[in-house]
Design a protein around this ligand. Structure first.
Ligand code: NOJ
Length: 523
């Protein structure tokens, strides 16, 4: 079994986690100071978002130096200290790698822009001639809105960018680009990094003929960024042949113990399977629940379909720094949190690695950011779609700026209520934080029993019930009571967010409740 298979991951959005030097921006010093908190929470993997030198047009997902540390986050020594301090606590470190695009300030792109087709870096990026009418070469759109192409009059060419114009796409047909990234990954592995979260892992390769994307059906109930982007079927800019070969080479070069975790942002499970099944990536996030509104029956159906499509290799997430927080998307407040917790009970038992997003353990709703304080480039275009509300600073205390920093945080937001903070929740055995800790503890305590194959148990729509070896997990996502029948010999170990009543082998869970059972013969 690989080390990540029985681990629990945790995403740190570095800018907003903890500020060690009081400049209002989260950093390595702050993170190091919170490692004991993460250790006590019981997680095993810390994934940190990009810390590389960057103009921050997309808050670090526009990298200007793939082998450096931006001074706003600290120094390379601080990063080294962080890796050692994490390892001392048996926490693994996963860093973000951003191979789809660089910053337009990266020396490679600057060289291409200045030297034109004669530059040694011209071919590092995707350049095309204008269409006959002088317009963009095709109808591809940027995920953040507007065309995926920017015209450079000096060279009479367009360059492609699936995101901001400040994020030019690399040309992965270039061997030099491929070699550069392998060297970069080796550099970080030599520093002790345990794995990589691969940004936009599905989109590194483009259609060789750059054909137009057809117009498709807009996905109903979508809540995330995308807008007009979703009007198109992304058959020529996403998930192209050859993309998984990139990861096959990475796996071969880095070896089996370095986790390759892909942000394969395809909402259907089947195409994602290919990224894992052929030994390319180790895991991919499951995003099937992130862009639809809460619907217990649909959620349960999707999770099950994902497991049917692939028996291992999912990283289970409810949210990230890219979409509204799970509790908010699931209805908000107490209800939203209860739903999230019931779903976590399933995610903590399924094969794969559950990944919390910072603040999930506190059961946080979205933060509030006033319209004049919007910082996210997506939000500046469309406040409804903006990603600031999930990126507000982590509420550590009831003090100034919720203990994140003594200076004004980079993202201004409304103060969190005392009961939302770590300080208050820490001392309360009934708090959301305590419930999450307990769930992780139970998962760990039963992990050896959970070694068996996944078997689905008969259960009502809107519920997930399964056993793995001598452990069973039930998640009642619905707003009604739900009953699941067991053979003899099963006992309750843990209940989350409600009540379970038992009559013989029938276990009835109250609405939005999760439960973990153990076969008593395994005692
Ligand atoms: C996905 C990242 O999670 C998101 O924050 C970023 O804007 C895009 N990729 C582009 O890198």
């Amino acid at each position: 079994m690989s080390w990540w298979e029985d681990a629990v991951g945790y995403e740190v959005y570095l800018r907003s986690f903890a500020d060690g030097d009081d400049d209002g921006i989260g950093d390595f010093a702050g993170l190091i100071g919170k490692l004991d908190y993460l250790d006590e929470l019981g997680i095993d993997i810390v994934w940190i978002t990009p810390f590389y030198p960057s103009p921050q047009a997309d808050f670090g997902y526009d990298v200007a130096d793939y082998r450096g540390v931006d001074a706003m986050y600290g120094t390379m020594d601080d990063l080294d200290r962080f890796v050692s301090a994490a390892h001392e606590r048996d926490l693994r470190v996963v860093i973000d790698v951003v191979p789809n695009h660089s910053s337009s300030e990266h020396p490679f792109f600057r060289s291409a822009l200045e030297g034109g087709p004669g530059s040694p870096h011209w071919d590092f990026y995707v350049w095309r001639d204008p269409a006959p009418d002088g317009g963009p070469p095709n109808n591809w759109l940027s995920f953040f809105g507007g065309p995926a192409w920017t015209y450079v009059p000096k060279w009479d060419r367009y360059y492609m960018h699936l995101f901001l114009p400040e994020q030019p796409d690399f040309n992965w047909q270039s061997r030099a680009v491929a070699d550069y990234f392998v060297e970069t990954l080796r550099f970080w592995v030599a520093k002790g990094v345990d794995g990589f979260r691969i940004d936009v892992a599905h989109a590194l390769v483009e259609d060789s003929r750059f054909r137009d994307n057809p117009i498709g059906e807009s996905e109903a109930g979508t809540v995330a960024v995308g807008g007009e982007f979703d009007v198109f079927e992304h058959v020529h800019d996403y998930d192209q042949p050859g993309v998984t070969d990139i990861y096959r080479r990475w796996k071969e070069e880095l070896g089996p113990h370095v986790l390759l975790l892909g942000e394969v942002y395809l909402t259907e499970p089947e195409p994602v399977v290919r990224y894992i099944a052929e030994g390319h990536l180790d895991e991919a996030f499951y995003f099937g629940l992130n862009r639809i509104s809460w619907d217990a029956v649909e959620f349960a159906k999707r999770v099950r379909a994902a497991c049917d499509a692939m028996s291992r290799g999912w990283s289970w997430v409810q949210g990230s720094h890219d979409e509204s927080r799970a509790v908010t998307r699931f209805g908000g407040g107490q209800h939203g949190w209860e739903r999230a917790m019931a779903l976590w009970v399933a995610m903590m038992g399924l094969p794969g690695t559950p990944f919390l997003y910072q603040g999930d353990e506190l059961g946080l709703d979205d933060g509030h950011v006033a319209i004049e304080d919007i910082a996210d480039p997506v939000g500046l275009e469309d406040p409804e779609a903006g990603r600031d509300p999930c990126r507000t600073p982590m509420p550590w205390t009831t003090g100034v700026h919720n203990g994140f920093s003594s200076s004004q945080p980079w993202l201004r937001s409304a103060r969190r209520r005392p009961e939302e903070t770590v300080e208050v929740q820490m001392g309360d055995p009934e708090s959301r934080l305590s419930r999450m800790k307990e769930l992780i503890r139970v998962r760990r305590a039963t992990s050896e029993l959970r070694s068996g194959e996944l078997r689905w148990l008969e259960s009502p729509p809107g519920t997930l019930a399964f056993s793995r070896g001598d452990v069973a997990h039930i998640a009642n996502l619905t707003d009604d009571a739900a009953t699941v029948g067991f053979e003899e010999g099963w006992d309750m170990v843990h209940v989350v967010g409600g009540r379970v009543t038992r009559v013989g082998g029938q276990f009835t869970l109250s609405p939005r409740c999760g439960a973990i059972l153990k076969r008593s013969t395994a005692n």
